[in-house]
Design a protein around this ligand. Structure first.
Ligand code: 9MR
Length: 366
């Protein structure tokens, strides 16, 4: 725990003891301090472009977050060619995080969606392995000593039933399933301190597809353990939806998280947000349903002391990939802008913020 958070956390704890009953966050505590008082990190994905200069946005990020998740580290974004990389954006992000006493999380070393096009042109398996290892070595060495964690691999499990465990990707085609082990070993050799994570979505609901994906994730973990592959944590992306509130079952989530922690791994909630397309147009109703789901999910997840970090995928609604309509299936049928995150577009705390604050405060200490 950083000294700043400890002092602020202690002050928050005293303030909390002195004024029971009023909303935690309404009295000026920030999420990073409430999280720190429980031994947790709270963070968000951040766009460096939004942090240039002192703005309400950058002030909000610096006040609320103890973990900066940098999405500017995708292979395709830093590797301009097989022999040229540009770390300038990420170096600036790392410096901003350090200047604001934040830990730094890399997202992600390998993701099939963000692999440079020239990787697919590589002719032999050996050359593909060499290129993958060179990339991971370069990233992990360049940022060594700065990383709280790395998403070594993002979304490796296939999503539809019946087509085997691993997603068919340029990695499985060029190298085979061994790419996972090669990636984790290479990252560990290059940075022995960063937590190495596999990050996945689609395991949050009590529905057949998610339950199957949970099994496949646990089978992957068992395979890593049996082969001595160095993995430290699982990132559960935690993209939720009010349309799936009934299937977001606390007992089921707790059971799944226990199966992960019983295998000796930590857990991070890595991309938390709530799609509100199934909720009514009325903002008060929508915000209430979104907040209720944040609270229900976090109460179940944070009961497990292996959970070490809560990360929302953006902080203000307009930050969100959901609001931007990146995935059309999440757009509201009435065309109204989504409200998936803790702050509105005027940097005002929403019920979702209070729900996250309350869940962090109710969590057992790590
Ligand atoms: O929201 C992210 C968007 O801004 C980026 O352009 C995109 C590609 O890097 O990634 C989006 O975030 C995805 C994350 O990296 C992996 N899980 C799904 C997220 C939403 O697509």
């Amino acid at each position: 725990m950083h000294r700043r958070d400890f002092i602020l956390g202690a002050a928050s704890a005293c303030a909390l003891a002195a004024s029971v009953g009023s909303s935690l966050a309404s009295r000026g505590e920030y999420l990073r301090q409430i999280a720190a008082s429980k031994g947790l990190l709270f963070g968000s994905a951040m766009r460096l472009s939004s942090l240039r200069g002192k703005t309400p946005y950058s002030e909000m990020m610096a006040s609320e977050c103890s973990l900066y998740v940098c999405g500017d580290m995708q292979w395709r974004l830093v590797a301009l060619s097989p022999s040229a990389t540009d770390f300038s954006k990420v170096d600036a992000a790392k410096a901003w995080a350090r200047a604001h006493d934040m830990r730094f999380r890399g997202h992600s070393l390998l993701w099939h969606q963000q692999t440079p096009s020239w990787f697919a042109e590589i002719a032999s398996r050996e050359s593909a392995i060499a290129a993958l290892q060179a990339h991971i070595r370069q990233m992990c060495s360049h940022f060594k000593g700065s990383m709280q964690s790395w998403d070594v691999i993002n979304e490796p499990i296939q999503t539809s039933c019946g087509s085997g465990m691993l997603r068919k990707s340029v990695f499985t085609e060029k190298i085979g399933p061994e790419f996972l082990d090669i990636a984790f070993h290479t990252a560990r050799e290059a940075d022995s301190k960063a937590l190495l994570t596999l990050n996945e979505y689609g395991t949050e609901y009590n529905i057949p597809d998610h339950l199957r994906k949970r099994r496949e994730l646990l089978n992957l973990i068992d395979g890593f353990k049996s082969r001595g592959t160095p993995i430290d944590a699982i990132g559960i992306q935690s993209h939720l939806s009010t349309g799936r509130a009934a299937e977001t079952d606390q007992e089921s989530i707790a059971g799944f998280f226990k199966e992960i922690s019983d295998r000796g791994l930590k857990i991070m909630l890595t991309e938390l947000d709530v799609v509100d397309r199934a909720s009514p147009a009325d903002i008060a109703t929508r915000d209430r349903e979104v907040a209720q789901l944040y609270k229900r999910y976090l109460d179940a997840a944070l009961e497990n002391r292996a959970v070490i970090a809560v990360v929302t995928w953006g902080l203000t609604d307009k930050d969100s990939w959901i609001t931007r309509g990146d995935d059309p299936k999440f757009r509201r049928p009435d065309g109204l802008p989504a409200r998936p995150l803790p702050f509105d577009d005027h940097f005002r705390r929403k019920p979702a913020y209070e729900a996250i604050a309350a869940a962090l405060q109710a969590a057992p200490s790590r």
